[in-house]
Design a protein around this ligand. Structure first.
Ligand SMILES: C[S@@+](CC[C@H](N)C(=O)[O-])C[C@H]1O[C@@H](n2cnc3c(N)ncnc32)[C@H](O)[C@@H]1O
Length: 255
C-alpha cells in the first residue's frame, strides 16, 4: 500500500437529474471551490451530462476539466463476477487520472447525475481508487435522484404509509420482474430506454398499464410524460427515461 502523499480530497458530487436548478447548494459550493473536475461521459464522442449540468451553475474558467469515457456496459455488482475488460480499463484509467491530481495536492470533484448512491459510476471509480490507495480522503455530496424528480414532475408520491418501493435497473434480465410488479406497491424502473417495449408488454400482462407512468428527460428541454405508456411503444427513448408503476393507483395531486 502506498503512503498518502497529501491531504487532498476527492468529492463525489451528485448534481441531480440534469435540471441545473436541482443541484444542491453544497454541490455548487464544492464544484466552485475545487481546481479539478473529472466528469464521466457515456459515449466516447459525446458530452458529459453531469458536466453540462454543472456548467449551467458553476464558472469553470481556470479549472482543469477532464471528461472520461465510461462504456455503457452491463455491470454486475456481485462479488467475484468478472467485468468486461473495457469497463475495468476505464475504471483503472479514471482512478489513475484522479490519483495523479490528488497526489499533486489538488482537490478533485467527480460530478455524477442524480445521487451518487444510485447506480452511479462514482462508486465504481471510488472502489477502484480505494483498492489502490485505501486511505484517501473522500467526501460524498448527495444529489436529488431521478426518481425523486420524476415523482415531483408527476405529482405522485413514491411511497406512503406501509408501502414498499422497489427500484429496478431494467436494463438487466430479471425473471422475477413480474413478481416484483405484482408484489411491490411502487416499482421504479430505471434504464428503461432500450427495453421499453418488452417492459410495457409485461406491465400490460400484469394489468398495471393504467398505473404506470413513463418520464423521459425529466426537467430537461423535451421532457415528455407518458400517462398512457402505450403511446411510447416503438419509440426510441432517451437514456434519461424512468418508469413508475404504482399498484395503488395514484391520481396526480393538483394540476
Ligand atoms: C445510471 S442511472 C443514474 C441514476 C442517478 N444516479 C440517480 O440518482 O437518479 C441512469 C438512469 O437514471 C434515470 N434518469 C436520470 N436522469 C433522468 C431524467 N432527467 N429523467 C428521467 N430519468 C432519468 C434513467 O432511468 C437513467 O437510465
Amino acid at each position: 500500500m502506498r503512503e498518502i502523499e497529501n491531504s487532498s480530497t476527492l468529492y463525489l458530487v451528485g448534481v441531480g437529474p440534469g435540471d441545473p436548478d436541482l443541484m444542491t447548494y453544497r454541490a455548487v459550493q464544492v464544484l466552485e471551490t475545487v481546481p479539478v473536475i473529472i466528469a464521466p461521459k457515456g459515449s466516447r464522442n459525446g458530452k458529459s451530462s453531469a458536466l453540462t449540468t454543472v456548467r449551467a451553475q458553476v464558472e469553470l474558467d481556470g479549472k482543469e476539466i477532464v471528461e472520461l469515457h465510461f462504456p455503457m456496459k452491463r455491470i454486475y455488482a456481485a462479488r467475484g463476477r468478472n467485468q468486461e475488460q473495457e469497463v475495468v480499463d476505464a475504471w483503472n484509467l479514471a482512478a489513475e487520472t484522479v490519483l495523479q491530481r490528488l497526489d499533486r495536492g489538488d482537490d478533485v470533484a467527480f460530478p455524477t447525475i442524480g445521487d451518487p448512491a444510485i447506480y452511479s459510476t462514482a462508486f465504481y471509480l471510488l472502489s477502484t481508487i480505494v483498492h489502490h490507495r485505501p486511505g484517501i480522503d473522500v467526501k460524498i455530496v448527495p444529489g436529488i435522484s431521478a426518481m425523486s424528480a420524476c415523482s415531483a414532475a408527476t405529482r405522485q408520491p413514491l411511497g406512503l404509509g406501509d408501502e414498499v418501493i422497489t427500484v429496478v435497473p431494467a436494463a438487466f434480465e430479471r425473471d422475477d420482474l413480474k413478481q416484483i410488479l405484482e408484489k411491490s406497491e411502487t416499482t421504479v424502473l430505471m434504464k428503461v430506454h432500450r427495453k421499453f417495449d418488452e417492459l410495457a408488454s409485461l406491465i400490460e400482462e400484469t394489468g398495471l398499464c393504467e398505473n404506470a407512468v413513463l418520464i423521459e428527460k425529466c426537467g430537461l428541454p423535451g421532457q415528455h410524460i407518458y400517462h398512457d405508456i402505450t403511446q411510447a411503444a416503438g419509440r426510441k427513448l432517451h437514456y434519461f427515461s424512468t418508469m413508475i408503476v404504482s399498484r395503488n393507483q395514484r391520481t396526480p395531486h393538483g394540476k
